[in-house]
Design a protein around this ligand. Sequence first.
Ligand code: PRP
Length: 207
Amino acid sequence: MEKIKIAIAKGRLAKYSISLLEEIGINCNVLKEDNRKLVFHLPENNLEVILLKAQDVPTYVEHGVVDMGIVGKDTLMEMERQLYEVLDLKFGKCKFSVAGRLMEGNGKKHLRVATKYPNVAKKYFAEKGQSVEIIRQEGSVELAPIMGLTDVIVDIVETGRTLKENGLVILEDIADLSARLVLNKVSFKTKKKEITAIIDLIGEKVG
Ligand code: PRP
């Protein structure tokens, strides 16, 4: 049996990802300890789990440093890495939307757009034939239209609460998002048996 290495995105998706691994019979107690470790050995299951920033998960999977990863579709769309996206894990559901003040931006020839996802935003507006200037932000994107930095934002909407509490509305929806299981292309060939066993178990759980 070959050891399988799995990368999990830290943050919002981590606890759901760990629960999913537990549901398929993996003892994840070491992953739930309150410490700053980033690499976890699970010898009982012949696994190694690493915790990464979401944006780094596709990079590690593409390079084959890990065999598989659990990461949001938002990150996959932004990073466009060469890997196999094999399962929709159905948690972390949210959507990419364009948001702004009501009516603002409508009909403008050139839109200024704030986002943490410049590639997604660029592609979306290019397909619509809309001329844009993308202004990249690292967080609190909602501030940009409020403060007059941009006309609109492209961001993740989960409950819609952040928009509402900041006086913004959804203007257009771009795509539905959720967590995905991704694979390194070479690992899928060289460790097919072990990887397929994990995919089948997870597939049964998520339906
Ligand atoms: C995300 C996103 C929105 C918010 C949406 O931000 O950028 O701000 O969550 O969630 P809601 O629709 O349920 O309100 P995150 O919490 O990741 O923080 P950040 O702005 O620091 O990136």
